[in-house]
Design a protein around this ligand. Sequence first.
Ligand SMILES: Cc1cc2nc3c(=O)[nH]c(=O)nc-3n(C[C@H](O)[C@H](O)[C@H](O)COP(=O)(O)OP(=O)(O)OC[C@H]3O[C@@H](n4cnc5c(N)ncnc54)[C@H](O)[C@@H]3O)c2cc1C
Length: 505
Amino acid sequence: MREHDADVAVLGSGFGGSLCALILDRLGLRVALLDRDAHPRFAIGESSTPVADMILRDLALRYELPRILPLWKYGSWRAAYPDLVNGLKRGFSYFHHRPGEDFAPRADHANELLVAASREDALSDTHWFRADVDAFFADEVRRADIPFFDRTEVALRADGRGWRLEGHREGAPVRVGAAFVLDATGAAGAVAEALGIADEGARLHTHSRAVYGHFSGVRRWDAMMTERGGRLADHPYPCDAAALHHILDGAWMWILRFGNDLVSAGLVLDTRRHPLDPGLAPEKEWARWLGRYPALAAQFAEARLADPPGRLIRTGRLQRRRARAVGPRWAALPHAAGFVDPLHSAGIALTLGGLERLMRAFERDWGRPSFGPALDAYERAVFAELALIDRLVAVCYAAMPDFRLFSASTMLYFAATIAYEQARASGRAGERFLLCADDRRLHAVVAEAQERLARIDAGDEASVAAYERFVENAIAPYNTAGLFRPPAPNMYPHTAAPLPGDLRS
Ligand SMILES: Cc1cc2nc3c(=O)[nH]c(=O)nc-3n(C[C@H](O)[C@H](O)[C@H](O)COP(=O)(O)OP(=O)(O)OC[C@H]3O[C@@H](n4cnc5c(N)ncnc54)[C@H](O)[C@@H]3O)c2cc1C
């Protein structure tokens, strides 16, 4: 029998839960971390962004976690932990395909969009090989001597003053008593499930599902572009060193390349256009999509599924959003509170941004009457960020039939995230929400884009141009990065915020 008393029990040891455990321990609270699984294990959600990096840096500095600090940029990560697998992410690359046709690059880059997120490799974002990265964070918890019960699934019971968590680890009973439970269980939403809190995800604007896995032997896209006569000299960075998106018919594919030659790839499908057919095996569905797009078939011709997970994982509708993210004596991290879609790679940033807000609440308000209002403020931020990312993603799905509409729609996201990024880099972000999601006008702009897209005739040049003009004008107050004015068509080399000199390496 293992019994333990804690101020805070953190459920879930993804990077989010482990980081919370480390910070709460630094704040002097008694913490216990529990996970039903054991590391290393496969996890999805791998692509960081400049905002995610900045928050990770600030958390590592504020809470004196020097071993976490190097993970905030590609160069410092590689130098500090050469064996901890990541991938180089210089930006966001998009390529538009037509069913039944090979990809044909154009001199005017009309079917390509490259948006740089960093100016050089050393300062760039990373793809996180989550099996390794989450194991690293969990090892930090062990190094800090924080009680960590892996392979332990517990039943939760609220008593008058707190929680009783009871389960088993390797056949032996485990009991943890805690004043507060922090739910970092992601999609499982363990606390919301225990409390019967509804999932209102069906109300979200985005409708998508995914089929994904890890692969070896996936060809580089720049080599395939070169074979097809593409003008790579205009690319602001090597297009594979990115979150690479193939934009398809009512669907898209992500390709993230790691330093160990493995690739994370996933199809994300609009469920209204491509509903799930349970009779069709995921492998067959994957093969069917490759069969429709000759360039994708060529890119995956030699690909083999890697283990873990050793198979394709297929989800139902991805969108979920709990009715509450906090309550008396509990709070859910953003990924347990809700999720929209992998498009725009917002998950790690939202997780770290929410975590930062929540840890500040513990730092300032734990044990005081102000703690409840601080949790409520955290919930407002999480829900506003989820609501905005939902619309930012939904407009991109609505725009997918026409790549000009799609590119213009991505600019809504880039304007929002870069505006926040630059405010944060210059110390002006304060209590602002990520993506400037506290800005009502921005929500209204994206809602209007959504309404306009619903009425637009994608084939009509004049209405496409009018939509582009609408987005360009609407984002003008946030557009500090020259969006819509690239030096070469659809090629954006300079969206990255300058970094303070002492933190460049
Ligand atoms: C298909 C898909 C693609 C994504 N792509 C991206 C991307 O490209 N970029 C990005 O930034 N984000 C992406 N995300 C989001 C990203 O996955 C999350 O933001 C991130 O994983 C959140 O980390 P976390 O530690 O909070 O939770 P998780 O990573 O979900 O970890 C949850 C942990 O809780 C444990 N657990 C579950 N149930 C229980 C229980 N009952 N008791 C105890 N432990 C439990 C699990 O074993 C796991 O260790 C994607 C998400 C999905 C679904």
